[in-house]
Design a protein around this ligand. Structure first.
Ligand code: TA6
Length: 289
């Protein structure tokens, strides 16, 4: 496939390809495995995405950080616990279909097919991931049920956002929004505080179709996250004890990121009939404060 001048396909790790983009508006790196954006740095800004310094770059092992594509199920599979958490897409190589460069942005299109023959899953789907890189990052995941039986689609664009200090950040846009708290026994709750701050493990599936803003005074920036086709916003920080248990995350890694995920999960999951499809998209922007 011909790549434009801004794009290079490298193999920094054995059998593990990375598409590198160097463009006037932004630099980025996308692993072919998982069509996984592991770095995005708009011009004039420090990196927006967190990538664990202990992340694995080995076949069929999820990368800790960036934007993992979690699909066709979120968290554990509802009936087959032996299947990998967060679905099958982030461990598989995707097909890189095209890279198009303009003066204002770079468009990248990936495709993957899952079916019972090649994957330990009973259904079939065709998914496309479209990425538009510029001073903003737009990601669109289109999933089509190409099989003969319906399935429930749950998914997340599982974005790890880099921060300087977990104790100083806050998220607005979730006030008075019901959520499923999944730390301990799953419980439906609601938070009346104007913004969400972090002083413990947070793992919540908010029932929300709205965008949110992450305010980071230490980095003097706000990260604005909009979305479409998404019923759920997942907020996650592992805090101290879970960070210690994750071997691909430093013990103090919890201090350097927050996950804000445009998703369709839990009660927000999507019933997908044969030949039907669903599109979820998210747009990430940055503003100095
Ligand atoms: O972001 C929500 C979540 O489901 C958390 O419960 C935590 O497990 C996180 O995803 C990371 O999952 P992973 O499989 O990448 O370790």
């Amino acid at each position: 496939m011909n790549l434009p001048p801004c794009a290079t396909l490298t193999e920094p790790y054995h059998n593990f390809k990375i598409l590198e983009i160097k463009h006037a508006t932004a630099n980025a790196k996308i692993a072919i495995q998982g069509a996984h954006i592991i770095d995005w740095q708009p011009s004039g800004h420090s990196p927006i995405l967190y990538l664990s310094p202990q992340a694995h770059f080995t076949k069929n092992k999820a990368i800790r950080g960036g934007i993992p594509i979690c699909s066709p199920w979120f968290n554990a599979h509802p009936s087959e616990p032996e299947l990998p958490a967060h679905g099958l897409m982030r461990q598989q190589d995707w097909n890189l279909l095209r890279v198009d460069e303009t003066t204002d942005y770079v468009d990248i299109l990936f495709q993957i097919q899952l079916n019972p023959i090649s994957h330990q899953w009973e259904h079939s789907l065709l998914a496309h991931l479209a990425i538009r890189l510029s001073s903003e990052l737009e990601i669109t995941l289109h999933t089509e049920n190409t099989g003969h039986s319906p399935f429930t689609l749950s998914e997340a664009l599982h974005t790890y956002l880099e921060i300087l200090d977990i104790h100083q950040v806050s998220i607005s846009g979730l006030q008075n929004t019901p959520y499923l708290n999944t730390v301990g026994t799953p419980t439906e709750l609601i938070d009346e505080e104007p913004s969400l701050c972090f002083d413990q493990e947070i793992d919540r599936i908010y029932h929300s179709t709205s965008g949110v803003i992450l305010r980071d005074p230490a980095l003097k920036r706000e990260i604005i996250i909009d979305k479409l086709g998404s019923n759920s916003t997942v907020i996650w920080n592992p805090w101290i004890e879970k960070s210690k248990r994750l071997t691909d995350l430093p013990d103090d890694g919890y201090q350097q990121f927050v996950c804000i995920e445009s998703a369709n999960a839990a009660s927000g999951s999507i019933a997908l009939a044969p030949q039907h499809s669903h599109t979820i998209s998210t747009r990430i922007g940055v503003k100095p404060i």
